[in-house]
Design a binder for this molecule. Structure first.
Ligand code: GLN
Length: 547
C-alpha cells in the first residue's frame, strides 16, 4: 500500500512545486522505491486541452490520451513513469463528475455539497492505483489560501485523517525573500503560509524553502520552531544551474532523508544516484554548441513548447553538446526572406500548432531547410507543413493546404492535402469523430503504433520497425497524395498498422529531413534521450562542422 506525500505551495506561485515533486520522485526511485506522481489543479477547466498555451504553457499528452498539465511532463522526465489520465485532476473534472452523478440521480435525492460530495470525489481519485507503488506523490496546484484550492485541501485533510497514522506526510514549498536594505532573508511569509495551512487542519512535515541566498543555521532553527517542523526537515532549495541538478542538489540538502525520517523509515535504503550524476556530467562537460531554431507562433512563452525544449536538451546530452534553442516567430517570414533569420542556425524545428496564423511562414521555413539542406524536424503541424511545402513547390499543387484552414475561415481556399479524418482504428477498435464534437474530444489523442519502412532513415534511428508514439491532432495527411508526393522525393516512411494513416515522412536526398505526425518530445528523458532528438542534434553537430 502506497505512502502518500502531499506537496503544497505558499507565499507565491511559480516556485517550482512541480519540479520539486518530480525531483523527490526521482530521489525515492534512487533509493529503490516505486513512485507515481499526481497533480490536483484547482482551475475549472475540465482539462488543460482547451487552454491557450500562451496562458498555461504546453498541454502534455499521456499514453492513455489525456490532455494534462505540463507538470506531468516534469514528472515523466524525472521518473520515467508514464503518467495516466487519472494523474491529472482539475476542479472542473471533479465538478463535472459530481454534476453528472447528480443528474443521473446517483445521490438519491440528497442536497449536493462541497463537503462531502466534492471532497469524496477528490478522495476517490487519490485512492486510484495505491496498491501499485511504494509512494504516491500528489501536488496541489496554486498556493494555500486560494479560494479555489480549498476543496482540495479539505479533501487531503480528510484523507490524512482517515488513513492509518504515519502513512501520509505533507511537504510545503515556500519562498524566503531577501531584503537587500536589511541584508536579511525574511521568514515571515513562510510563517504566515504555514499558519494558513494550520488553520485548515494541515501541518507540514517537511518545508522546502526557495532562496537566492544561503540560509543561515539560525534562520533555519527559527523557521523550524515557529512552523513546528523539525530542524532537519527544513530544507533549502537554492537556484539551480539547470533543472536536472534538482535531484542531486535536493539530496545534498537532505530532502529525501527528511521525507523518509518523516515516515519513520529506518534504516533508510542507500541511494544510487549514478543516473543523475551521469546526466549532470553530460550537461556540465559538454563540448561545443549548436544553434537550433524553433519556428513557431507561441514564441513569447517558452513553456508553450516545454517538452520540445527539454527533448532538445536531452538530444544535446546524448551528443555531449550544448544546444542553444532560439525561438523564431514564423510570421516574420511572411514579410521578410527567411534566410535573413535562419541562416545562422545548424538545424530547424517546426513544432505543433493550431490554426492558420503563422503557417505561411512555417512553410517558408520548410522550403529554406529543404533547399539549403539544413537539418529539419517537423512535429505534427510541422510535418503537415512539410507535406504542404512539397505539394506546392514540387508536386505542382500551388493551392495545397490544410482543411483546418478552410474550416477556420469557412472558405475553400486550399486543396486539402491535410484533411479532417472522421474515423480511425486505435488498437482494435474504431474511433469516430464529427467536426461538431467538443473541442476537447475531437482529436486523435494518446499512444498509437506505427510501422516503419525497412531501411528508412527513421527505422535506422529508432533501431526498430514497430514504434509507439503519442498523438494530439485533428487533421491527417491525405494518403491519396502519397504516390504523387513520393515521386517528388517525400517518402512516407512510417504509417499506421492498417496503412491508412501517415505517421512519418522523410526526404532521402537530404542530410536530415523528417516530419512526424506524433509528438516524440513527450517521451524523451534526460537519462534516455529520444532517438529522434538525439539524431537530430547529431545532424546539427555535423552541420555545424561544415560552416
Ligand atoms: N493543427 C493540426 C491538427 O490538428 C496539428 C496539431 C498539432 O500540431 N498538435 O492536425
Amino acid at each position: 500500500m502506497a505512502r502518500y506525500i502531499f506537496i503544497t505551495g505558499g507565499v507565491v506561485s511559480s516556485l517550482g512545486k512541480g519540479l520539486a515533486s518530480a525531483a523527490l520522485g526521482a530521489l525515492l526511485q534512487a533509493r529503490g522505491y516505486s513512485v507515481r506522481l499526481r497533480k490536483l489543479d484547482p482551475y475549472l477547466n475540465v482539462d488543460p486541452g482547451t487552454m491557450s498555451p500562451f496562458e498555461h504553457g504546453e498541454v502534455f499528452v499521456t499514453d492513455d490520451g489525456a490532455e494534462t498539465d505540463l507538470d506531468l511532463g516534469h514528472y515523466e522526465r524525472f521518473t520515467g513513469v508514464p503518467a495516466r489520465k487519472t494523474d491529472s485532476i482539475s476542479s472542473g473534472r471533479i465538478y463535472s463528475n459530481v454534476l453528472e452523478k447528480e443528474r443521473r440521480g446517483d445521490y438519491l435525492g440528497k442536497t449536493i455539497q462541497v463537503v462531502p460530495h466534492v471532497t469524496n470525489e477528490i478522495k476517490e481519485y487519490l485512492h486510484i492505483g495505491k496498491k501499485e507503488v511504494d509512494f504516491m506523490l500528489c501536488e496541489i496546484g496554486g498556493t494555500v489560501g486560494d479560494i479555489e484550492g480549498l476543496p482540495f485541501f479539505e479533501a487531503i485533510r480528510q484523507f490524512i485523517h482517515e488513513r492509518p497514522r504515519g502513512e501520509c506526510i505533507l511537504m510545503h514549498l515556500t519562498l524566503l525573500p531577501y531584503l537587500a536594505a536589511a541584508g536579511e532573508l525574511k521568514t515571515k511569509p513562510t510563517q504566515h503560509s504555514v499558519k494558513a495551512l494550520q488553520s485548515i487542519g494541515l501541518a507540514p512535515d517537511v518545508l522546502l524553502l526557495r532562496s537566492e541566498h544561503p540560509i543561515p543555521e539560525k534562520e533555519r532553527a527559527k523557521i523550524a520552531l515557529f512552523c513546528n517542523v523539525r530542524t532537519e526537515a527544513v530544507i533549502a532549495a537554492y537556484d539551480l544551474k539547470t533543472i536536472y541538478e534538482a535531484p542531486l542538489a535536493y539530496h545534498r540538502e537532505g530532502l529525501d532523508q527528511a521525507v523518509l525520517d518523516a515516515f519513520n523509515i529506518s534504516p533508510a535504503p542507500r541511494p544510487n544516484l549514478a543516473r543523475w550524476e551521469d546526466v549532470m556530467d553530460r550537461m556540465m562537460n559538454a563540448e561545443g554548441e549548436v544553434r537550433i531554431a524553433i519556428v513557431g507562433k507561441y514564441t513569447q512563452l517558452g513553456d508553450a513548447y516545454k517538452s520540445i525544449a527539454e527533448a532538445l536538451t536531452h538530444g544535446g546530452m546524448a551528443n555531449r553538446t550544448r544546444v542553444r534553442v532560439e525561438w523564431v516567430d514564423s510570421e516574420l517570414f511572411e514579410r521578410e526572406d527567411p534566410a535573413l533569420h535562419l541562416q545562422r542556425f545548424h538545424a530547424i524545428l517546426v513544432p505543433g500548432g493550431f490554426g492558420e496564423r503563422g503557417t505561411e511562414g512555417k512553410i517558408k521555413a520548410v522550403e529554406f531547410a529543404r533547399t539549403r539542406k539544413v537539418p529539419y524536424l517537423g512535429i505534427c503541424l510541422g510535418m503537415q507543413m512539410a507535406v504542404i511545402e512539397t505539394a506546392r513547390n514540387l508536386a505542382g499543387m500551388p493551392d495545397a493546404g490544410s482543411e483546418e484552414f478552410n474550416h477556420e475561415k469557412g472558405e475553400n481556399r486550399f486543396t486539402p492535402v491535410v484533411y479532417h479524418l472522421k474515423e480511425w482504428v486505435q488498437g482494435n477498435h474504431l474511433v469516430e469523430r464529427k467536426v461538431s464534437d467538443d473541442k476537447g474530444g475531437s482529436m486523435r489523442l494518446g499512444a498509437y503504433s506505427a510501422h516503419l519502412n525497412e531501411g528508412s532513415r527513421v527505422a535506422g534511428i529508432y533501431g526498430a520497425t514497430e514504434i509507439e508514439e503519442r498523438h494530439r491532432h485533428r487533421y491527417e495527411v491525405d494518403m491519396k497524395y502519397r504516390d504523387k508526393l513520393e515521386a517528388c522525393g517525400l517518402i512516407f516512411s512510417g504509417v499506421s498498422p492498417d496503412g491508412r494513416l501517415p505517421e512519418i515522412v522523410e526526404i532521402k536526398d537530404h542530410p536530415w529531413f523528417i516530419g512526424v505526425q506524433f509528438h516524440p518530445e513527450l517521451k524523451s528523458k534526460p537519462f534516455a534521450p529520444h532517438p529522434l532528438f538525439a539524431d537530430f542534434v547529431r545532424a546539427a553537430v555535423e552541420a555545424s562542422r561544415l560552416v
